[in-house]
Design a protein around this ligand. Structure first.
Ligand SMILES: C[S@@+](CC[C@H](N)C(=O)[O-])C[C@H]1O[C@@H](n2cnc3c(N)ncnc32)[C@H](O)[C@@H]1O
Length: 449
């Protein structure tokens, strides 16, 4: 890239920041660069790096925090293109990346963006671009005419090898990955209308979902949940819409006994219990859920969430060894929400696209099959086994289920109806572009009597 001058590589020495906007732009550029380096060089997830930074630096007001947070995430969202502007360590390139990011993301802090553009030394480039990928591509071409920019390279090349999408599906996935999904929540022990009224009173632009009668779209604005009465009362849980599909596929009846074998902090255990209570419709629900995980801390968090919701009927059984922490052939349903590459959550964590490699997809397939096989022993005859991941790669999804079925002919796949597209399938992938969510995979099997 010849048109971007190389300023001093680590500081912005020599730059004249005279206006308040330029001073803030310079200060933010330094902060974001430090955080960016921590993520990319030390391979630390961006959300953790940001949380640590804001905990230690209380001086930033809410607007500053927003500029820093959204620019950092934006840089990773568009990194496939922005990295072609040159070495980010060099200050001219860095400012070009920051201003390019602000334009691609249509960030509203124009004064800061203009200051970054001025510091980059780039000639004026179009600022009023549209939101389509083609217009965004044209902006990049104007910034770096000697480079080519293709949509496919917004995602690392290895991803298309493990998730071979083509044509329109590939384009739709890229478009989804280049935007943030809204915050999805689930109302529990309260009707959605009542929950929406309370959320509106708290000045939140919440909307009901068109798909599930307890799902709520909370929009994009970050919020302090601990200040929200509904959340403190255990009537609102944050859970992505794709994740909510899993509980709906389990569809537990009010009096059933379920085991959530990889419960983590219990997003799905809580949903299963809530669905049981909804179905009981005021009558008693004798059903219960045993939640297991190898992480004690996650189970402790689950315990707190269940308490906040006032949910009886959820018990914890830590998974400490190869032995099952629950009785054999005992459960009406077993959910295995297996550890995976989490490629389905790349919309929320765009940094993971550039931190992970193909190993992140291939190195857990043996573990997934092992957890699924061992957990399946807890299903009683006629019971249900649900396998789920938040991966988009067939190696972690369809291939694991097929291998499991080849080894366990006592199980057979059931047909599912995709809740967003209506399509009938036996292996359901929820794509992020279908209902503005993350991505998930799920298959439901029944153990023969
Ligand atoms: C995808 S996460 C589960 C998310 C959780 N179900 C939820 O809805 O929030 C996978 C979980 O599997 C757990 N895990 C990893 N290895 C495991 C193993 N060998 N046995 C059981 N759980 C395991 C991880 O600790 C992690 O919490």
């Amino acid at each position: 890239m010849t048109s971007i001058p190389n300023h001093d590589s680590h500081s912005q020495a020599g730059l004249q920041a005279t206006t308040p906007a330029q001073k803030r732009a310079l200060s933010h550029a330094n902060t974001i660069k430090l955080l960016f380096a921590q993520v990319l060089q030390d391979a630390q997830p961006a959300d953790r790096v940001l949380a640590n930074y804001f905990r230690e630096h209380k001086k930033h007001g809410s607007k500053d925090r927003r500029v820093i947070r959204e620019t950092l995430f934006g840089l990773f969202r568009w990194w496939g293109w922005l990295q072609k502007l040159g070495a980010w360590q060099q200050s001219g390139h860095w400012f070009a990346m920051l201003s390019g990011c602000a334009l691609l993301e249509a960030h509203p802090w124009r004064d800061i963006r203009d200051a970054w553009q001025g510091f980059s030394g780039l000639d004026t480039f179009p600022v009023d671009i549209g939101r389509s990928l083609a217009e965004q591509q044209a902006l990049m071409a104007a910034m770096a005419p000697e480079q080519t920019f293709t949509a496919g390279e917004l995602v690392p090349a290895w991803f298309w090898r493990v998730c071979p999408l083509e044509g329109e599906q590939q384009t739709r996935l890229i478009e989804a990955l280049c935007s943030r999904p809204p915050i999805w929540a689930r109302a529990q022990k309260i009707g959605v209308d009542e929950a929406l009224t309370e959320l509106k009173e708290a000045a939140l632009a919440a909307r009901a979902s068109e798909y599930f009668d307890d799902a709520i779209n909370l929009g994009h604005k970050s919020m302090n949940l601990n200040e929200l009465a509904l959340y403190k009362a255990g009537k609102l849980e944050i859970q992505d819409l794709a994740s909510q599909v899993i509980g709906r596929v389990c569809a537990p009846a009010p009096n059933e006994l379920w085991w959530d074998a990889c419960s983590g902090a219990g997003g799905k255990s809580l949903q299963l219990r809530s669905l049981m209570l909804q179905k009981a419709a005021g009558r008693q629900s004798q059903g219960s859920i045993v939640a297991s995980d190898i992480r004690t801390k996650a189970l402790e968090e689950l315990g707190k969430r269940a308490l906040r919701a006032g949910f009886e009927g959820i018990s914890l059984a830590r998974w400490q060894s190869d032995e099952l922490p629950v009785p054999l052939a005992h459960f009406d349903g077993v959910l295995v929400d297996a550890p995976c590459s989490c490629t389905g959550t790349w919309r929320r964590n765009p940094d993971m696209r550039w931190l992970d490699g193909p190993d992140s997809v291939m190195d857990k397939t043996g573990l997934q099959l092992d957890i699924l096989s061992r957990s399946s022993r807890a299903v009683k005859p006629g019971g249900i086994l649900v396998y789920a991941t938040c991966s988009l790669a067939p190696a972690e999804n369809q291939d694991v289920v097929s291998k499991f079925l080849a080894l366990h002919d006592e199980f057979e796949l059931q047909t599912l109806q995709h809740p967003f597209t209506g399509e009938s399938t036996q292996m359901l992938t929820v794509w992020p572009f279908e209902a503005n969510s993350d991505g998930m995979f799920v298959a439901r099997m029944q153990k023969r009597f």
